[in-house]
Design a protein around this ligand. Structure first.
Ligand SMILES: Nc1ncnc2c1ncn2[C@@H]1O[C@H](COP(=O)(O)OP(=O)(O)O)[C@@H](O)[C@H]1O
Ligand SMILES: [Mg+2]
Length: 191
């Protein structure tokens, strides 16, 4: 049982891509207040343009969170995943977000890294302001995009055949680290 919210004030940082794959891999509901292609790709995907209900075992994909309903769900979530790209604007917006929700468990997710080594510098920038903040990353990869387009989770796509296992090996390793946090014995797993 967990409520996972993926949120950011910045668009195009990978919320929908990650939310869809995580939801499908965890067997969770996917709920969003934002029209997204994920809605046509997953049986357990639901669109709530207005009042979005609170459910257990759900990954919420929030495009913008100005509404009090969205903020309420963020406050009720077990964890908020905060995707961030490697640019000053995105990192600054993430710092503002963390400050606003500092009472919550937040996992900063540096996404679309040209070089996975960039993760170190981004993490340091976050830790300058919020020491010890949980942090994870994913390189620039077609894994999530191709998974979503084909209606498969990242794990399903990766495991499809030898070619996909070869093609996505490194990116999948990074994705799997994130997925594992929510599965049995993972850091954010709760019964
Ligand atoms: N790790 C990644 N590497 C490269 N492209 C990515 C990555 N994650 C997401 N994308 C791409 O970035 C674009 C925006 O992602 P999306 O999930 O729609 O963001 P958001 O929901 O935050 O607006 C999409 O084309 C998606 O395929
Ligand atoms: Mg989106």
């Amino acid at each position: 049982m967990a409520i996972i919210s993926i949120a950011s004030t910045k668009g195009g940082v990978g919320k929908t891509s990650l939310a869809f794959s995580l939801a499908k891999d965890l067997g969770y509901r996917y709920a969003t207040n934002d029209m997204s292609v994920a809605l046509n790709k997953y049986r357990n995907a639901r669109y709530y343009p207005n009042k979005i209900p609170l459910y257990p075992d759900t990954v919420y994909d929030f495009g913008g969170f100005e509404s009090p309903h969205v903020e309420e769900i963020l406050l009720q979530s077990d964890i908020i995943l905060l995707p961030t790209t490697n640019d000053a604007n995105s990192i600054m917006k993430s710092l503002v977000f963390i400050k606003k929700f500092r009472e919550k468990t937040i996992l900063v997710f540096a996404n679309m890294l040209e070089n996975p080594n960039d993760a170190v510098a981004i993490r340091e920038k976050i830790h300058e302001h919020f020491p010890g903040m949980a942090f994870t990353y994913l390189r620039r990869t077609k894994l999530l995009k191709n998974a979503l387009e084909s209606g498969m989770s990242a794990s399903e796509l990766f495991e499809s055949n030898n070619h996909t296992q070869h093609l996505y090996r490194q990116a999948y390793g990074e994705y799997h680290k994130i997925l594992k946090l929510f599965t049995t014995d993972g850091e954010y797993f709760s019964k």
